[in-house]
Write a new protein. Sequence first.
Length: 184
Amino acid sequence: MKTFDQTFLKLFRNGNQDSFKILYDKYFDALFLFGHKYVLAQDVVEDIIQESFIKIWEKRSSFYHEGAIRAFLYKTVRNSCLNQIEHQKVRKSYEGQSDKNICDEDYFLHNVIEEEVSRIIKETVHKLPESARLIYLLSLKGLKNAEIAEDLDISINTVKTQKQRASKFLKENLKNLFSILYFI
């Protein structure tokens, strides 16, 4: 294989397209075999090599000898192949964690129902009188009646009464929701 002389390198650095074609022809096959050791998909390797040649063309003014060009091309192809492998690992990991078919109609329906139920419950809780809503939300956080009474500086009986009212209100306003969910 013939090495490039200084005249060729000067033409290449100055954007001569014929010199780029010569460079491409000289290194494409070797880069393909090299990249194919990392990535088995032929079209992916070809794309990686094309991208590498685009990068070297964009940086052509900084190369003053063939060794630098060769090193840049091989490093660029290697790094792109490693990025491709990492991308595939992430993709397979994601696919392994997701449901078998994320586009499945049941998956979609389940998520829509879940979000709608959550929205309806939040709206209904928001309709509670402020004192009952506050007490109810504190009880959902796991606070005991005595703790709620102490925090709000009210009697424990008021806490119990407000929780009963909130529960009755929610049962009455959400009864249709539970019927719909039962049939789904």
